[in-house]
Design a protein around this ligand. Structure first.
Ligand code: FAD
Length: 475
């Protein structure tokens, strides 16, 4: 009774399974089409280098990922991102790398002197950003794009050089299309509350000053790479509950349950289905059950990206690489969007005499570039690093990962689309959604979506059980 099937063994599906167990509802099967679970999390150790193909860290402000690592006994494996100068992000502008002014909170300066001294923004650009204090707030309930918001409040230069490549880059998105309320709602809240971002920043409580001796780093990862997290989750799930190398082909209503059809010809009857798959996959799977839900799910666009990891001997690189890496504004006309200096950003990523860099390609503004084959991606990354960082040496290691239609786009109207999707689900008891497409694409949000799905199922199972018990007691 009360069988659950989880479709997809990425972090959202794995978290759903783990928390179902935690909530005492362990009658589930997780189906993953790849031979191994983890989805976009993939870490490889080679010749002393630790290469992340997908995510390389998680934000700690949203606690779900950090808590899960601790719950899995990985507390001693947690590694914080480097701080101080090593955390500086650079911006490629006008043919050189400029450090982001100290104290920038994403798009908003919080320290006057470093901002005024910065070589990144021109004087007219700085004056325009300072005028933000006097720009009246917009009294509108309409969804606004990142580009429109930043242009309106801080000016075009702040959009082109900072917010676009940095905040648009996190979502591999076009800032003109990215919904601010669905991705960075705190900035809209700040405008509403304080009438100005600069004023809001001045009034915010200072991080880690309340009582803590050492604030939690903003980003964390695991000593052996993030795959430690997905591997630890799989290890906690009883072997019979996970079926990898098996694709869910269809899900259809069957009396009061759902029938899940699998690629090996078998099927499972389930009371609860959690779709932890990309929304376009989920759309195909629910097409027969609810075509309206399917078309709402298909309305969430995905774009392709690629990452290229390149390792070099330290002695072969003149650049000091003191920082977390650099971002590249679209207006610069280059073929990469960003580069993480992985071995400077986190410890244990490369041997002491070497460095590891990770180049980002593609996204909404240059999707076709990410769809090339691996040698072409590596060549492109090397050419760009030659121009930007002066690296002419041959890499001692190169590895590209292509992420075809992997990044969900939180386009304008995303919030309403999610509300409509959730409305459809209220008519389909037993169906749940988890994962990156809906209420946050970062790992903590994906984990949280699994917790919410698991909790809803456990509550329903226990409610039925209580009813069942009370009926038994009554008779
Ligand atoms: C290059 C890149 C870098 C990123 N960097 C970061 C970062 O640093 N920090 C961060 O927090 N986030 C980052 N993200 C985002 C984050 O990694 C993803 O949003 C998250 O991993 C998605 O998890 P998920 O479980 O929703 O989906 P997925 O990981 O996509 O898992 C879905 C699973 O479903 C399986 N599946 C699909 N169809 C079927 C089917 N029919 N039957 C059975 N199984 C099926 C797939 O094989 C897959 O394993 C990054 C993403 C990318 C692409």
């Amino acid at each position: 009774m009360n069988k659950t099937v989880i479709v997809g063994g990425g972090i959202a599906g794995l978290a759903t399974a783990f928390y179902l167990q935690e909530f005492g509802s362990s009658n589930y099967t997780l189906i993953e089409c790849s031979p191994t679970c983890g989805g976009k999390i993939t870490s490889t150790s080679r010749d002393g280098f630790l290469i992340e193909g997908g995510p390389d860290s998680f934000i700690t402000q949203k606690p779900a990922a950090l808590n899960l690592c601790k719950r899995l006994g990985l507390g001693d494996q947690l590694v914080g991102s480097n701080t101080g100068k090593q955390a500086t992000t650079y911006v490629w502008s006008g043919g050189r790398l400029h450090p982001m002014p100290e104290g920038m909170m994403l798009m908003t300066p919080t320290m006057v002197l470093p901002f005024l001294r910065s070589s990144l923004i021109s004087w007219p650009g700085k004056i325009r950003m300072g005028m933000e204090l006097f720009i009246p707030k917009l009294n509108s309930t309409q969804d606004e794009s990142l580009a429109s918001f930043v242009r309106r409040r801080l000016g075009t230069e702040a959009l082109n050089k900072i917010a676009g490549p940095l905040m648009g880059g996190i979502h591999a998105a076009d800032p003109e299309k990215l919904s601010l309320s669905s991705t960075f709602p705190m900035f809209q809240d700040m405008e509403k509350k304080h009438g100005s971002l600069l004023r809001g920043m001045m009034k915010r409580p200072k991080r880690g000053t309340a009582n803590s001796s050492k604030p939690t780093p903003m980003f964390m990862t695991l000593h052996g790479g993030l795959q430690q997290l997905s591997d630890a989750l799989v290890a906690q799930l009883p072997a019979h509950t996970v079926r990898s190398g098996c694709t869910v082909l269809n899900v259809r209503p069957h009396e009061a349950q759902y029938q899940v059809l699998l690629s090996d010809g078998s099927s499972i009857l389930a009371d609860h289905i959690v779709f932890a798959t990309p929304s376009y996959v989920t759309a195909d799977l629910v097409q027969q059950t609810d075509p309206t839900l399917a078309s709402r799910l298909r309305a969430i666009r995905y774009v392709s990206t690629a990452t290229v990891s390149l390792a070099f001997r330290r002695a072969d690189i003149a650049h000091p690489m003191q920082g977390a890496g650099f971002i590249v504004p679209k207006s610069e006309g280059r073929k990469i969007t960003a580069c993480s200096w992985s071995s400077a950003k986190f410890p244990h990523r490369a041997p002491d005499d070497s460095v590891l860099l990770r180049v980002f390609i593609g996204g909404a503004l240059a999707e076709d570039l990410a769809e090339q084959d691996e040698p072409a991606l590596i060549e492109l990354a090397r050419n760009e690093l030659r121009t930007i960082m002066g690296i002419t040496a041959a890499p001692i290691l190169a590895k590209a990962y292509r992420w075809n239609k992997a990044n969900p786009q939180y386009d304008l109207g995303h919030g309403s689309r999610i509300t409509e999707i959730e409305q459809s689900l209220t008519d389909l008891p037993g169906l749940y959604l988890a994962g990156a497409a809906y209420r946050g694409a970062g790992l903590p949000d994906c984990i949280q979506s699994g917790i919410i799905a698991a909790r809803s199922i456990a509550e329903r199972v226990h409610a039925n059980h209580d009813e069942y018990t009370s009926v038994c007691i009554g008779t």
